[in-house]
Design a protein around this ligand. Structure first.
Ligand code: HEC
Ligand code: HEC
Length: 262
């Protein structure tokens, strides 16, 4: 029998198998680290080194330094805290009442609209303040409200917010709410409206919807769905409205307008 050693480069079988293993390794590395990542035409994976790093999961500066991704439209810059309007003074409420004379034509003398504009009576102060800020900055646009908000100072907006919050709100809608309001639609990532808008719980910055004209609620949901209204922080409402059916929008709008729902 041959006394030749197995693990030596002189053994042709050893050479062939080691060579084949190395070839497979290099081939796999090229495919996995270079070819596959570089055929993904993502802007952030340009260049071979970048592709290798991204395949290996190594954090790298994939975006050009100093160019954060920004949307092509204005977003809300309002910052709200649950306590910010806790101690509204009577002076502030009084100033707000005087300023509100410009608003009664559409929002009603007691903040209850009869013209399909949103009710402001009893609306959370943080909501009135935020929406006015957004109309002023252009994050939310509307042919009548954009010019109305232009000349308001920050203090004016706080006073108006304090005044409207001090008025009695529309009564809470009673009865059996439709499924979309009470339960949402979990399979489509829609939480229950009542979990943010009151009813079950309330989140700061979320408007009181009970008593809102149905035409207004419907129009806002449609505007969130197609992105023409985009001042909701972190796209909370856009993500919800986009996934709602026309029937659910009608049911929610009718419910908040007074409990009647199909
Ligand atoms: C000519 C009619 C008109 C006048 C006057 C007017 N508004 Fe409005 N307001 C509207 C309409 C319409 C909307 C709904 C806009 C939309 O569809 O996005 C609105 C929306 C708002 C909202 C947002 C409410 C919400 O629930 O999102 C606030 C806050 C508001 N107005 C405050 C005021 C204040 C304060 C004044 C007075 C300084 C005023 N408005 C004057 C018509 C008017
Ligand atoms: C995760 C919390 C959350 C849930 C759940 C939610 N909303 Fe909202 N919604 C908000 C916030 C926050 C705003 C205010 C957006 C902004 O900053 O202008 C808003 C605004 C709205 C508005 C505009 C009201 C106005 O006066 O401007 C409507 C209408 C509305 N939501 C309807 C609904 C309906 C219907 C549902 C259930 C299908 C729902 N929302 C579920 C958080 C929520």
């Amino acid at each position: 029998m041959s006394e030749e050693r197995l693990f030596t480069l002189r053994n042709v079988w050893f050479r062939a198998s080691v060579g084949a293993t190395i070839l497979a390794l290099v081939g796999a590395a090229l495919i996995g680290f270079v070819w596959l990542p570089s055929v993904q035409r993502d802007a952030q994976f340009q260049g071979i080194w970048n592709a290798i790093c991204s395949a290996a999961g190594v954090p790298r500066q994939w975006y050009q330094a100093g160019t954060p991704v920004t949307p092509g439209y204005k977003v809300s810059t309002a910052e709200l805290t649950p306590q910010m309007f806790d101690n509204a003074s009577t002076l502030s409420i009084g100033r707000g009442a005087t300023l509100s004379l410009r608003c009664t034509m559409c929002h009603g003398p007691q903040g209850m609209s009869e013209a399909n504009s949103p009710n402001l009576a009893g609306q959370f102060a943080s909501v009135v303040y935020k929406e006015l800020l957004d109309f002023q900055s252009g994050a939310r646009k509307n042919a009548v409200m954009t010019p109305m908000a232009q000349n308001l100072s920050d203090q004016d907006m706080r006073d108006l917010a304090a005044y409207y919050a001090s008025l009695p709100p529309a009564a809470r809608v009673r009865g059996q709410p439709p499924g979309i309001v009470a339960l949402g639609a979990p399979m489509r990532n829609i939480p229950a409206c009542a979990s943010c808008h009151g009813g079950v719980d309330h989140k700061v910055g979320t408007p009181w919807l009970d008593g809102m004209p149905a035409a207004y609620t419907r129009a806002q949901l449609a505007a969130f769905a197609d992105g023409t209204r985009h001042n909701d922080i972190s796209e909370q409402m856009r993500n919800i409205a986009r996934n709602m059916t026309a029937g659910e929008i009608d049911a929610a709008a009718a419910w908040y307008a007074g409990g009647a729902h199909p």
